[in-house]
Design a protein around this ligand. Structure first.
Ligand code: EPU
Length: 356
């Protein structure tokens, strides 16, 4: 599984911005950050902020620390017509190597503490999913122990309905807190469509946190199940490597494993520059070395897709999110459906799809 990102509020940008526009925009971002009391950083790189450890520079990184701050900051960006994307643990994102000219809102510091109340737990989007699984087990609450080894944030897990070993987070969500018009709005879990690695949340919706309703069980039993899932994961997936979890979805409804099929195509260990098809699990692309780039990983992924198409007649859908560098704000409050299937948006291939 993955690693996550949530909302995107972008559109293809055809021309380089002129300096006056850039200066004006920078002043607007600075003012918004100041007004919302949010830290603003420049010069960060996706290579530092994503688990694949590749990707270019980030124009502006805004780092809210509370759900309210996150809601107000994206509300203000929308009002100002400024493009933004949200990043969680960066564990499901392949961002290209160029300069990314939009605002990245990092949810990593919107974590607070998990609040347990009977069978419920309320948690913010930047909270670590593995930590939530451990704390839930400690409280004798079952339902997410299969997700224990997924190295992402709660927000990312919600955004794409993260799942492993028979559990998906959507099954236990009572409500999700979403940013709308600068405010925190509570959406009941039953109003969300929770599909395989996909939800009905829309582009431009920022997920702030959630309340889960879990089932009481013996903490020792929960811990044992969590340990078993972790051991299975360690035995079958690369551990400690720079990866974004499974790169492609399994062909929907087929019961087939993309990893097994890539393995049978003989592609384990195949390399493009600093990217490699993991020798442990063929649906993982791992990166190695200082010189690894996003284009190495993308070239390898596209080669896998091409061969898969030829040999199986199936178009593999990306499970990682591909983030192109050029983007501008689409439409305030834009609620376009998330893309399915994965392409760099700035290459004019919108609608063909995206999101371990
Ligand atoms: N297999 C191979 N070779 C490989 C990989 C797998 O032969 O290189 C075989 C395995 O031995 C097993 C079968 O294929 O018999 C299925 O493998 P696995 O149990 O690893 O399941 P998967 O379908 O490849 C899915 C999810 C994983 C999740 C596991 C466990 C997707 C795309 N992948 O993998 O999620 O951890 O099940 O529930 O849905 C992710 O979302 O990023 C991710 C890794």
């Amino acid at each position: 599984m993955t690693h996550f990102a949530a909302a995107t509020h972008l559109e293809v940008m055809s021309e380089e911005p002129n300096t006056t526009d850039t200066r004006e925009r920078d002043a607007q971002v600075e003012e918004i950050a100041r007004r919302c009391g949010v830290r603003a950083e420049r010069g960060r790189r996706f290579a530092e902020l994503t688990s694949l450890r590749v990707g270019g520079t980030i124009d502006w990184l805004l780092v809210p620390e509370t759900e309210e701050q996150a809601a107000s900051v994206v509300g203000a960006l929308e009002d100002a017509g400024l493009a933004w994307r949200v990043l969680g643990a960066g564990s499901n994102v392949l961002a290209d190597d160029r300069e990314h000219r939009y605002v990245v809102v990092s949810m990593r510091e919107v974590k607070g503490e998990a609040q347990f109340d009977g069978e419920r737990v309320s948690v913010s989007a930047g909270f670590s999913l593995p930590r939530l699984c451990v704390e839930s087990a400690r409280h004798g609450l079952s339902g997410i122990e299969g997700l224990g080894g997924i190295p992402g944030t709660v927000g990312g897990a919600l955004w794409m309905n993260a799942g492993a070993y028979g559990h998906e987070i959507g099954e236990v969500v009572e409500s999700v807190r979403v940013a709308r018009g600068g405010q925190v709005v509570v959406v009941p879990g039953v109003e969300v469509k929770w599909d395989y690695r996909h939800t009905s949340f829309k582009e431009g919706e920022l997920l702030l946190g959630c309340t889960l309703r879990l089932k009481p069980d013996d903490p020792e039993k929960i811990r044992a199940r969590m340990e078993e899932a972790k051991q299975r994961r360690f035995a079958t997936q690369p551990h400690g490597a720079r990866s974004a979890g499974c790169f492609f979805k399994n062909p929907p409804g087929s019961g087939l494993s993309t990893g097994k099929m890539i393995d049978e195509m003989g592609m384990k260990g195949e390399r493009r520059g600093g990217a490699q098809v993991s020798p442990v699990h063929a649906n993982f692309i791992v990166t190695e070395g200082q010189d690894a780039s996003a284009s190495d990983a993308l070239a390898l992924a596209e080669e896998i897709r091409e061969r898969f198409r030829r040999e199986h007649g199936v178009e593999l859908e990306y499970e990682v999110e591909l983030w192109g560098a050029d983007a501008e704000f689409k439409e305030a409050g834009g609620t376009e459906e998330k893309d399915e299937g994965g392409r760099m948006k700035d290459e004019g291939r919108r609608g063909e799809g995206e999101t371990e």
